[in-house]
Structures are given as structure tokens and as C-alpha cells.
Design a protein around this ligand. Structure first.
Ligand code: FEO
Length: 397
């Protein structure tokens, strides 16, 4: 993809990964992704902000050639993860006079990951500035979006904030800006998916970073994945809602069923909850895209884990998903467990709860059924629906 102008002297020179389907062997990418690298030409110095995933490195190099970039003075590294830092060694080979500008923590990681030598670095502190002549870059430490070493770089005069992973979206598009793409709904969805899978565990850190951005009032937000953001208010408002403690009257039911008993319970409970005015999203964990469930967990008031008992515990797919939920730490307020067993049903409850130690929720009494559910079991599920709705109202009013 050719270079694209953001403002005078500031250009996108990254790479688009049109058909990448998974990231970190964990996060699905239904819309592909991009690795956004930027170049800033000052009157005296030139800075490259972040690089790209090494296997897409040729695209970055081609873009630099297109500009006939003869000299790069600074390579700004906002984040050590290899999809942004991985081409630094190659850039240093082409531009050996360049200094890698980053914070101390990121420097240590870059040395570990890329085997860079100490003398290539220029270490900066929070709020430090670097002059490029008629343009100034300022650095702000922004830990935990996505790793502990992450920072933002601000092009002060142009009011462009380079946020690396933060506020990004996994989307491959030929359009540079959020506002130039007709499909705003898709961008919103992919921004939310990205938040849910990557940023949600760091909700409490994000509050501080959003306050900084409110203070800086950038014209443009330039993350390192997805589109460059001109409509800053929309994305910042969306993030403010997502990180708030407010939840929606939405119940998510991740389930697995081996012999239709647990499925029957899920369908009955779904119907009972719907009849009481609550939105319900059941997901079969064997076929569902986990990213879609994670997106629902951004706002959901509650989660019902539904699992059969297998050998000495819950179904492995339920435990795998519970492990992920435990890591993502959604703001979900209530949880419960339902399922069917031939023997040992309480083991399943214990197994799921133990996997969810980070989840700060109010647990509602589970409904575990021996074999296929009977009339008395359906009555228990109706009582459970009443309880879930009562609690959902408490948390959403
Ligand atoms: Fe896009 Fe944390 O790397």
C-alpha cells in the first residue's frame, strides 16, 4: 500500500495485512489488520514512529524508498511487541546513524527481543520533548496499553497523537481515515472487538490515559493498527462507556452440550429471560468466535456458564473459555452456572468457579441437573431466571 499523507510532513508508511486471520495465536481477525508506521519530517530531523511486523517489512521499506528517505535520525518505539518493533534491526542496517528513542523499560525489552546493542538508544522520560526543527515530539508514558512499557508520542504543533496499540482496531482497509471509509459501523465493531480482546483487562489504567488525551485535545489519533482517527470524540466516548462501571441488561450464556441436556437447559433459560425483558446471547463454545463473546462481555450485566460434567469436572471448552474470561476481567456484575451431569455435578461448579478467581461478581446459586431436565428442574430454571432478572435490574438501574 502506497504512502498516505496525514498532515504536512507526516505520513503513513506502514503495511496492510489483508488476510491475517489470527493474532498471538489467540485473537481472531475477521477483517485482517494493519501495522501502521509513520514518518515525521521536521526541518532538521526525521523520525520514524514504530515499524511493522517483520514478515510485512518489505512494504515498509518500499514506502521509505518511495519517499527517497535518505536519512532517519530517530526511530521512535512506542511499544516493544514485535508487530511494531520487529523491523527496527533492518531499519538500523539501512540507516545506521539512527537512534532508537524509547523509555527505559521498552529499551530493556527491545534488547531482549531484538538483540539490539545499548549504544543505539536514546532514552526518554515522561513528558520529555525531542525537536525535529520546526516540529516537536513529546513522549508520554502510558503503561499497560498494551504492555508495561507502552508510551504515546505527540507531534505537538500538528496535534497528532501516536498511541500505538491503544485505540487501534484490527481492520485492513485501503482508506487511511475513519471518516473516509463508508463503513463506520464496521470500524466501530472492530474497534470494540479490539478493546474487548486486548485492552479490557487494563480498564483501570485506561482511565488515566483518556484523561491525558482529553487534556492534550489532539486533532488526530494515530494508532498502530487499523484506521487513523479524525473523529476523535466518537472513539473516546465509546472507550469512556466501555471502561465505565455501567453495564447493560444483557446476559451472555457460553455453553457446551454433549447429549442435548445442557442445550435444553440453555434454550429454556434463554426463553425465560427473554420473556422477562432481558437481552440474552447464548454461544455454543464449540463453534462460536470467542471475539464475539468478548465483545458482549464489554457491556454485559451477567454471564451464565453452561457445561456438562465430563470425567472429573467441567467440559474442557468451558474451562478454556472461563480461563480467558478470568484473564479479560470484564466488568460483569453477576454470574451463575447451569448444566447436566450423570455423576459429580458439584465438581463442575467448583471447577468453573476456581477458574474464575479474578472475576469480581455476585454468584447466583447454580442449577445442576442429573440427566435430562425434568419438570422440577425447569421450575428451578424459572426461579433462576427470576433471580437473574432481579439482580440485573439492581445493577442496571
Ligand atoms: Fe500491536 Fe501489543 O502489539
Amino acid at each position: 500500500m502506497a504512502v498516505k499523507k496525514i498532515k504536512d510532513g507526516i505520513y503513513w508508511v506502514g503495511a496492510i495485512d489483508w488476510d491475517r486471520v489470527i493474532f498471538d495465536e489467540l485473537v481472531t481477525l475477521p477483517e485482517g489488520t494493519s501495522y501502521n508506521s509513520y514518518i515525521v519530517f521536521g526541518s532538521e530531523k526525521t523520525a520514524l514512529i514504530d515499524t511493522v511486523e517483520p514478515y510485512k517489512g518489505e512494504e515498509l521499506l518500499r514506502n521509505l524508498k518511495e519517499f527517497k528517505v535518505e536519512k532517519i535520525d530517530y526511530i521512535i518505539s512506542n511499544h516493544a511487541e514485535q508487530d511494531h518493533s520487529g523491523m527496527i534491526p533492518e531499519i538500523l542496517k539501512l540507516y545506521p546513524e539512527a537512534k532508537v528513542v524509547t523509555n527505559r523499560k521498552c529499551k530493556d525489552m527491545l534488547i531482549d527481543f531484538l538483540n539490539l546493542s545499548e549504544d543505539v538508544f536514546l532514552v526518554v522520560e515522561d513528558k520529555e520533548v525531542l525537536s525535529l526543527g520546526n516540529k516537536t515530539l513529546q513522549f508520554f508514558m502510558a503503561p499497560w496499553v498494551h504492555w508495561p512499557e507502552t508510551m504515546f508520542t505527540y507531534a505537538v504543533e500538528d496535534k497528532v497523537l501516536f498511541t500505538c496499540d491503544f485505540l487501534g482496531s484490527h481492520i485492513a482497509t485501503s482508506e487511511l481515515f475513519d471518516t473516509s471509509n463508508g463503513n463506520r459501523a464496521k470500524i466501530y465493531l472492530e474497534t470494540k472487538r479490539y478493546y474487548s480482546e486486548i485492552m479490557m483487562p487494563f480498564r483501570n489504567f485506561i482511565k488515566k490515559h483518556l484523561a491525558l488525551i482529553d487534556e492534550l485535545k489532539p486533532d488526530i489519533l494515530a494508532p498502530s493498527h487499523g484506521v487513523v482517527i479524525k473523529d476523535t470524540e466518537s472513539v473516546l466516548n465509546a472507550y469512556k462507556k466501555w471502561i465505565s462501571d455501567k453495564v447493560d441488561p444483557l446476559i451472555v450464556i457460553p455453553f457446551v452440550s454433549m447429549h442435548e441436556s445442557t442445550r435444553c437447559m440453555v434454550e429454556f433459560l434463554t426463553s425465560e429471560l427473554c420473556a422477562r425483558g432481558v437481552t440474552v446471547r447464548p454461544y455454543n463454545l464449540i463453534t462460536a468466535d470467542v471475539g464475539n463473546i468478548a465483545m458482549d462481555l464489554v457491556d454485559a450485566a451477567g454471564i451464565v456458564f453452561a457445561s456438562p460434567t465430563v470425567l472429573a469436572g467441567a467440559h474442557p471448552a468451558v474451562i478454556s473459555f472461563a480461563y480467558l474470561v478470568n484473564a479479560l476481567k470484564p466488568k460483569t456484575k453477576l454470574a451463575t452456572i447451569i448444566g447436566s451431569y450423570g455423576w459429580g455435578g458439584l465438581v463442575t461448579v467448583k471447577h468453573i468457579k476456581e477458574t474464575l478467581k479474578n472475576l469480581k461478581v455476585e454468584w447466583i446459586e447454580p442449577v445442576m441437573v442429573k440427566g435430562f431436565p425434568k419438570d422440577s428442574d425447569f421450575e428451578k430454571l424459572k426461579e433462576l431466571a427470576d433471580k437473574i432478572v432481579e439482580k440485573t435490574k439492581e445493577y442496571t438501574e
